[in-house]
Design a protein around this ligand. Sequence first.
Ligand SMILES: Nc1nc2c(ncn2[C@@H]2O[C@H](COP(=O)(O)OP(=O)(O)OP(=O)(O)O)[C@@H](O)[C@H]2O)c(=O)[nH]1
Length: 419
Amino acid sequence: MILRWFGRKKPEEQARKDETTALLPEAVPAEPAPAEPTQETPVQEPPVPEPVAEEPPAPEPVPEPELPPPPAVETPPPPPIAPPSEPEERKDTPEIVRDDLPAALTAEEEKPKKGWFARLKDGLSKSSSKLTEGISGIFTKRKLDDEALEELEELLITADLGPTTAAKVTAELARTRFGKEVSPEEVKATLAAEVAKIVGPVAKPLEIDATLKPHVILVVGVNGTGKTTTIGKLARQFRAEGKTVMLAAGDTFRAAAVSQLKIWGERTGCPVVSRDTGADAAGLAFDALEEARRQGVDILLIDTAGRLQNKAGLMEELRKIVRVIKKVDESAPHTTLLTLDATTGQNAHNQVEVFRDMVNVSGLILTKLDGSARGGVLVSLAERFKLPVHAIGIGEGVYDLRPFDADQFAKSLMGLPSQ
Ligand SMILES: Nc1nc2c(ncn2[C@@H]2O[C@H](COP(=O)(O)OP(=O)(O)OP(=O)(O)O)[C@@H](O)[C@H]2O)c(=O)[nH]1
């Protein structure tokens, strides 16, 4: 596989970090789940006032699209047909690009010079220096006694590995080395091995089912956690693998989110299905899936809103998207990715709980591990939720996303060399 260059130009950046962390209370109160509507009774979005001034008012509830006739089992997909008269708000969707990547993606010179492990290690340096300095402080010329173990456990908790992981890892260290003098290097190596054991089972690459046309990937997460950027990075990877990709701008509440996705679409040569601000996100997802089917696209990536300040409204919107796309393909979405911003530390746990209640999250992508001193949170997430971690993001660039590798991550977190 040849990875080609992705454009020099960066997508417009959204200064939404504050928004992201502000959105999540320490513990998000449980909302009563709305009754699952039937087809005959389209859901009416409750008229909850939007607390954020910049967002447009909630759109008028749009009835769910008509259920198309069920596709016959074991029959090939219908031949491409021209869509019937378009609804008024619908815009033309560009045809899928089947040839080479756009020129912007083929420029090699700006590909990262360093290898992934070196960049991962650099990216995790804030997290690792906190740990390694702490370990050196505890274990320089000291025996592994109860007091040292207690200090180590505390250090691991403050580094976001979580109490369960911290207890497990220190217990393992005590089992093999108690009463002996241990060097900081030995401790780091033991911890790296234990961390790799914990995160190993969740390190699962994102698998695309080539028989699906399209394989539908729904991307959910709190605003600012990196959904749109991750979609752009994934789109480039899929395109570089020769797959055809369509993007759906499902965050219809924010005009900036739509234009950001369009920029990624242009750069990666992927058509973007979008609607006017305030349009019904489920209707858009439905149209996008129909269009992707019509064009025989390999992968459809659907962006979504992440306004947790209106949690009930968001839950209804996400569930409606899922319900509606199932009318086109009952097995969709085939993957539901939750993006988590590693800089939010333990707050990421709340986000998993909240989004798991809303949609059937099938895997995680941890973003911003580069800017975070809290990269250890990946370990506690793995321990607690056991959800696959498909990839990690270590920067804003298009090459800054890679499949999650347990061993590399554990070594980088402990500041150890790759061998
Ligand atoms: N350092 C770093 N920045 C990242 C990473 N992933 C995304 N970002 C940046 O985080 C910011 C938010 O990313 P978006 O992709 O817009 O997040 P979003 O979840 O789509 O947010 P909304 O558009 O508000 O829904 C942008 O400035 C991105 O460039 C990462 O892995 N590392």
